[in-house]
Each structure stands twice: as structure tokens, then as C-alpha cells.
Design a protein around this ligand. Structure first.
Ligand code: ZN
Length: 241
């Protein structure tokens, strides 16, 4: 059994399709989405439809929450706010209802999924260092938890001597330890690599593999500009920031 686990699609249909193709080529049989299906890029409705079609477990991200509100909350920075207002106008009522009903965290087989953190999933804290991860580990009851939100692929590992941070390519899971694994971002990577990021979890082998996938960047950028979204959102995709 192989899971394709992906996060932060952010309305980037080209990146999503490329990831799903790559996952199928690598014989993934199951899919899991860690939230932020919408926001920033130009195909919110199409991305919601594609993920609903997968019928896979999905948790709620902060952009999913904001997009499903009826009024702006002004909790976002200017760029994200402009994009989320546009997004709200380009989702239908059924899309919003689906986003609104997503849960903050779920258990899938023997692992947990959450968008931000397990200690306070609804507060949208960014886990960037071992201290942030330690707070989340306190509430983790499975050996493995996958999360998103920072758009930076990273594994935090809790063992006897404490929590450490590791960039992953292939990670062999040792069930006596605990893992809080960020799969990176599909639709707006922020680690300086423009390619879409996601993870494959080989359940029987207990291996988590990080993958990067090229996608049709030019089309995604062109759609952003044509939609009247801030051009900076197109530019940042090319540099992975
Ligand atoms: Zn995000």
C-alpha cells in the first residue's frame, strides 16, 4: 500500500495534476490532502473538484477556512487577502460548504494528519524549529504525523535525547520514535525549489519518500495574470518562495 500525501495545493491545477500523475506512475493507491486546497493561484474551483473526486481524507487549512467565510476576516497579509477575496468570488456554494466542513485533524490508518500543529490546530502556528515541533509532539499519539502550512519539506524526529530536524529524501521510520513530517507544498513551494513537492508513504516498508515534480509553470503563471490576481503571485512560483 502506497499513500501519496500532499499539502498546500493553493489552486494550482497544473501542479496538482502533475503530482497526481507522478503518484500514479509510482503506484500510489491512496491519497491524503493536508489542506490549503485554495488561495493564491487561479483554479480554486477546479482544485476543489479534483480533490473531491479523489474521495480521499482531507484536513482544513487556514486558506480553506478563510475562503469559506462569507465576510473577509482581515487576518491575512495584504497579498494573501487580495487572493482570498478573489478566491471567495470564484468558488460556488457547494465548494465553500465542503471547505467549511473539513476537520482540523484526522487519523488515517495508523498515522495522523493536520495542516498546522496538533497542539492548537485552529490557531495556524508555523512549525519551523524543534521548539514548535516539541509543542505539537505533546499531542501526537501515533508514530507518524504529516503536516503542511510552511510549504517547506522537513522532518522533525522525537527520540530519547530530544527533538531534531532533518531534510528528508528517504526516511526509514523507526516505530520506537515519533515523526512530524512536512510534505512541502504542491502549489507554492517556499524552499527555493519551484517544483511541486509531496511525499510517498510506503506503508509496508515504513519508508517516507520526498518527491519533487516539474509542472507547467508558464500556464499556471499566465492564468494568475489573466485572472487579475497580483502578478507577484506568478513571479514567486518561479523562484519557489
Ligand atoms: Zn499554505
Amino acid at each position: 500500500m502506497r499513500f501519496a500525501i500532499f499539502s498546500d495545493v493553493h489552486s494550482n491545477l497544473e501542479a496538482l495534476e502533475a503530482v497526481l500523475r507522478d503518484a500514479e506512475e509510482h503506484k500510489c493507491t491512496h491519497f491524503v490532502c493536508l489542506g490549503d486546497v485554495v488561495g493564491y493561484n487561479a483554479n480554486p474551483h477546479e482544485c476543489v473538484a479534483r480533490i473531491r473526486e479523489l474521495g480521499c481524507p482531507v484536513v482544513k487549512g487556514n486558506h480553506d477556512e478563510q475562503a469559506s467565510l462569507t465576510e473577509p476576516s482581515h487576518n491575512f497579509n495584504e497579498l494573501a487577502e487580495q487572493a482570498i477575496n478573489w478566491t471567495r468570488e470564484h468558488l460556488d456554494d457547494a465548494d465553500k460548504e465542503w471547505l467549511r466542513d473539513l476537520r482540523f485533524q484526522r487519523q488515517v490508518r495508523d498515522f495522523t494528519i493536520v495542516h498546522a500543529t496538533l497542539d492548537a490546530p485552529e490557531h495556524w502556528v508555523y512549525v519551523v524549529n524543534v521548539l514548535d515541533a516539541a509543542a505539537s509532539f505533546t499531542y501526537q499519539h501515533t508514530a507518524v504525523c504529516f503536516f503542511g502550512h510552511t510549504h517547506v519539506p522537513m522532518a522533525f524526529i522525537r527520540e530519547e535525547k530530544g527533538v531534531r530536524r532533518e531534510r528528508i529524501e528517504q526516511l526509514q521510520i523507526d516505530m520506537t520514535k515519533e515523526y512530524f513530517i512536512n510534505t512541502g507544498g504542491v502549489g507554492q513551494p517556499r524552499d527555493g525549489d519551484w517544483r511541486a513537492a509531496y511525499c510517498i508513504y510506503h506503508v509496508e516498508k515504513n519508508i517516507v519518500e520526498q518527491r519533487r515534480v516539474e509542472y507547467d509553470l508558464k500556464t499556471a503563471q499566465q492564468k494568475i495574470v489573466e485572472a487579475g490576481l497580483p502578478p507577484l503571485l506568478a513571479e514567486r512560483l518561479a523562484v519557489g518562495r
